[in-house]
Write a protein that binds this ligand. Sequence first.
Ligand code: SAH
Length: 365
Amino acid sequence: MSGSEKHLQGQSPDEQDYLRYFRSYSFISHQRSMLEDHKRTTAYYHAIVKNRRQFEGKVVLDVGTGSGILAMFAARAGARKVYAVEATSMAEHARKLVEVNQLQNIVTVIQGTMETVELPEKVDIIVSEWMGYLLLRETMLDSVLVARDRFLKPGGAMYPSHARLFWAPIKTEESALRKEDYDRVMEHWEWFLLDMKNLYNIDMDVLSQPYMVEQKQKYLGGGEWAEVHPDQLLSAPVASVSLDMHQITIDELKAGVSGEGIVALHSQQPIEAICGWFDVSFRGSPENPADNPIELDTAPDAQGATHWGQTVFMIQPPLQPQVQESVSIRYAVFRREDYARLLRVQLHTRLASSGLEHKQEFGVD
Ligand code: SAH
């Protein structure tokens, strides 16, 4: 437990999860920052209103309704009934928003967790915006799958229906900067050892190795939020298999999302980091496909990123490719044992012809 997590001491796991995860969603400012990510909100808007035929007369469940936005979109697209479930007190605001927008005859806001609420009927469609950084952080997808297994009618549709992860080698000045920070603290450590010896005659060198591990983790061991420009990409991305929201199980997610791919570099510049991002698509279910499939892509974009940005994993020292080199990227994303909403990401990057490689496990906090 870090110093900043002292307030969690003595709390039950549910209370800790509320403080670490749900509480932030009870602030209007947080909901606003998601709503004004217009690439995100417009993708959901189009997925719903451009598929009016799919929503007309249907019963819809919005998992984690927040401000109620997706529930209201579904009602406007002709849904007969929308259940809007929200764990936090934001549910009260959502209820008011539903009323002033005169959708209270269609939308029922229920405050509670998806795992515990009861609904009076099964639903035809589940909409949810559950994605965290690198798709899987927050592990909210579990709650959407619980909703599916509890309440979706056979043949019903999940919005979004599919998700993929992407990985690409990039150049980034941040990598060298993190390394400099790390070198600086390790240099300071040498002076610290001398001081402890000279002033108190205490030898602390036995801590050098664990301190190095600790500081390497701090400066080079975490996936970092970044807005990567497409010019930084050194190849096309390696894509994961498409996760099918109608099929995937929580047990499969618990086992981790992993895979491998090989891509040709279009530049000979050193690989300073691996950049991860995701997309989701709204295609409806096989039994009830969308008339107008919609994609929401969080790839590096010269027009500006979504609030998810991309997640960047530093490679130190950088890998220097030869001419016309290919790179293989093997990845595995696991939830963390100590707190399942955070991630552990294993990356193995290998240059095909020289065999130069970098293997590391990163945290995504
Ligand atoms: N649907 C809104 C909010 C998305 S953020 C929008 O698109 O703008 C995700 C929301 O889901 C948060 O408000 C969070 O509190 C809620 N949430 C997460 N897990 C939940 C669960 N298990 N049960 C109910 N609500 C949940």
